[in-house]
Ligand binder design. Sequence first.
Ligand code: NAD
Ligand code: LMR
Length: 441
Amino acid sequence: MNKFSVVIAGGGSTYTPGIVTMLLDNLDQFPIRKLKLYDNDEERQRVIGEALEIVLRENAPEIEYAFTTDPDEAFTDVDFCFAHIRTGKYKMRELDEKIPLKHGVVGQETCGPGGIAYGMRSIGDMIELIDIMEKYSPDCWMLNYSNPAAIVAEACRVLRPKAKVLNICDMPVGTLRRMSQIIGKQPKDLDVRYFGLNHFGWWTSIKDKEGHEYLPEIRDYVAKHGYLTQVEVDTQHMDQSWQETHKKAKDLLAVDPRFLPNTYLKYYFYPDYVVEHSDIHYTRANEVIDGREKEVFSAAERIVEKGTAKNESFSAGSHATFIVDLARAIAYNTHERMVMIVENNGAIANFDDDAMVEVPCIVGTDGPEPLSQGKIPEFERALMYQQVTVEKLVVKAYVEGSYQKLWQALTLSKTVPSAKVAKALLDDLIEANKEYWPELH
Ligand code: NAD
Ligand code: LMR
């Protein structure tokens, strides 16, 4: 069996220890010869890097390991780059959430104005990362989680169309885990049909390998409880705000009971509810800073202090499982069926070819082959067209440095009530993002 060299970009991320744990648990299925962590924040990289050095020494000393802020060292001789960077870190996520709320608008990491602001920050860093990867390891695949995935994927399509970058999201996998629990199955027992954009989609079928359709059964459950399950199925998406989001899925289902909704539709269908239930002084960014970030970094510091990782563990949720499964699918041509973000090109028959959509794909050595999802109904299609146009306008605004196009993107977002509010918001976001956005004129 070939052994692979992997670099994790955003090596100081709260998700890095979980992904490394998952890699170590699966060395028999995905053997690794080299593992490197790369971050542009030396201090974050040091804490996570030193702790994982101990984890590796104790569990897989045969793997060559390094953590670095040097792109040359990080990207030389790598087969896979797992990327999850956050341009502007949590300081900027907090502003993405709080600035819109000040204007009475949804404040969210990837949806609405917060996602647009984050997109304008992420594009430059992602393109730079792809260029570094191609310079040092031209055959490397990048499996990219960095958000906002929809805008990042559109930017890759426009700016680096030939790059070996696969944009992915853990939400369809996480929700499928919940659905499996509801019907007493394992996610791997089920094949789904799904259509949409990232953080904006619907399941149209959930079948077992014998072809039994579970959608009606799951729908009956979701109509009562949303995706809240009896037994916890994941270590991720568990905080209080997520429990409310899983529950709210029942109101999303009510809007179109034919299909099972992605939880993120809550920000588009019920923005008034979301704003009413938000606390401008304590948003999701604060919840993560006080929760996951503290837990992960304190565990890492304890490991370094004690010099051992015994009695410490990092949780590896569906996020980590998915990226390792995807790497395996490419490495070993497994033809696993996975929901991915890809250029439409007919997968959704009555939607634009050049839209980045989220659909099931068969994944092998050449990457994803999208499965045809047929024609979609007018309600979902119209919503998707509005949203995908927002995403395209953001990328155009970035490329052209266009104030006008970004104002249009904000005006078009279903979360923003008027062009007046959009303009006021845009001016605040420009001020907050001076360090990161290109100049707009
Ligand atoms: P985090 O802030 O804990 O980690 C991100 C790391 O990236 C930080 O250590 C930061 O220093 C580093 N970084 C920023 N810019 C960089 C650059 N140009 N080069 C190298 N490193 C850089 O964030 P997190 O909460 O762990 O999330 C990481 C990313 O993963 C975010 O983009 C988040 O939105 C995304 N995410 C995606 C999904 C998904 O399903 N698509 C799910 C969860 C998180
Ligand atoms: C994150 O952890 O920041 C993202 O997965 C989304 C969220 O808000 O949990």
